[in-house]
Design a protein around this ligand. Sequence first.
Ligand code: PRX
Length: 653
Amino acid sequence: MAEDITSTLKEERRFPPPAEFSGRARVRSMEEYEALYRRAEEDPEGFWAERAQELLTWDQPWEQVLDWQPPRARWFVGGRLNASVNCLDRHVATWRRNKAAIIWEGEPGEVRTLTYLQLWREVCRFANVLRKAGCEAGDRVVLYMPMVPELAVAMLACARLGVTHSIVFGGFSASAIRDRVNDAGAKVVVTADGGWRRGGIVPLKDSVDAALEGDACPSVEGVIVLRRTGQKVAMEPGRDIWWHELMETVDATCPPVSVDSEHPLFILYTSGTTGKPKGVVHSTGGYLLGTAWTSRMVFDLREEDTYWCTADIGWITGHSYIVYGPLANGATTVMYEGAPNWPEPDRFWDIIERHRVNIFYTAPTAIRAFIRWGDRWPLKHDLSSLRLLGTVGEPINPEAWIWYHRVIGKARCPIVDTWWQTETGAIMISPLPGATPLVPGSATRPLPGVIADVVDGDGQPVDGDQGGYLVIRKPWPSMIRGVWGDPERFEKTYFSQVPGTYFAGDGVRQDAEGNFWIMGRIDDVINVSGHRLGTMEIESALVSHPAVAEAAVVGRPDDLKGQAIVAFVSLTGDSDPSPALGETLRAHVAAEIGALARPEEVRFTDALPKTRSGKIMRRLLQDIAANRDTRGDTTTLEDATVLDRLRKKWDER
Ligand code: PRX
């Protein structure tokens, strides 16, 4: 199983932190990092208790720092707090009330700045709206919205009431919304009449209508609709109400509901090995601490910084590093609605120049697109405000790293390559920008408090520079608390390979200097443009089409997207392969899951390579999709001629 994950990549270049940066950083040297790491390793509870004391405001102190009964962790047991108070009220109580909390730019070009006081008022009002709609602590609300400030308002309003939010990324289809709404048992859905994307309108409300059609989502009592584009939408009487109408009827103050530290702040669905996406549950106290602390340490976040993370809030990166982490720190966070190449490929650089962004956090897939679009776009802009760059979501190839460093960072800005996951809640492995010598392509070292290790297929520690599986040995505050409604799946997915130890699902290698090299997923998860998708989900979507008998989906290396989706499909008796049917199936997947899951390529085949016990050998399909020689053992194949036929088909094309 581990054959794919031992990289032969050797990267000799090292980029020590610039003296100017280190001089005023929070952690200024590797000695300081090592000392902090040791301290956290020797006394994790003392270490995290200090951080929780220093960074968060509690309504009631905890009685016990950690209760660890693998796989269940409870952090800050007995402590009570409110996430919206931590992100807003405590800043409003200081001079920060008139500091920009969110600087937002819409794709058509409008700019809105919300100070902490203004954001607080909007959040209080919307919390009152939700309360009027019958929402109370423990209820779930689904948010399916564009990247507008009201999305952050809705999140924090939920948090104010102890309502658990579940955001569904705006690129998901009606049936994906329906599954998530039903799994979460959401009482209310908040959406918009649309959002702007590459000059067009994403019809969010139409998708919600399709998702809720008939009695498809019985838990939903109401739909709140934000007017964003002015696009005409159907409003169902008795169910749908306009955001602005509701906001006129409520007060601008709303007392926060103090919740237990372990209270579920949100559920976020993510793809895994088996069928349907799982609802990753995050706590209030531990999650907020993890995001607040890592924002401060990894981004060296300072009071005067303008910080921009380009992720969509529909993914964990946006939750942790656009909303909760930065706002808990009282920082100024930039939010942009649209595409990086609209109206021109320099939109991001233009935003950085106009808002004087100091810290910029994006994905390798975006960097590879920028490289392709050409240096002239960033070179047109004054990027001198930047002082720190970051990446997340997938391994960054050293050449893209070097380009980012040279063309965007002018060889002056450290780059933090941050490894983490929806499940980890916060950054786990990353350089500390004032301390760590940077190594292009490596996320370098675990943060203090993170006990990362490499194990083999039997869960035994791997020696030296060999590949293996990434595990985290000790609990950490922002860790996943469960899979919504499925405790068995939680334990099986994350804590069964090495009992009691968190199994990340990534292949990794640790070099002699202690740097971690993440090699990508070892399970049936593919990473397309930094978006995480399960091959099984796409296969289920394909076989739900009447023409499809069987389907197997694999990822193929792709220069731009990281991985591209290739679907191998065998048809039912009365269907014939044709380019038109291929198109139909691609569109079918987009309709079932969302455009992000649309296969790049559909290959028809009369049979799939299977073991004698009937298991599809995806490894072989990966080789065929990548057009490379078959690696490893094929003796377990039930019918060895299938491979030749599959390859031949390809050659004939
Ligand atoms: O394979 C790893 C990859 O993204 C996966 C997690 O995806 P998701 O839960 O969607 O969260 C993405 C944003 C935190 C991981 O299992 N990944 C994430 N960051 C990196 C990475 N791979 C390599 N280097 C990274 N910096």
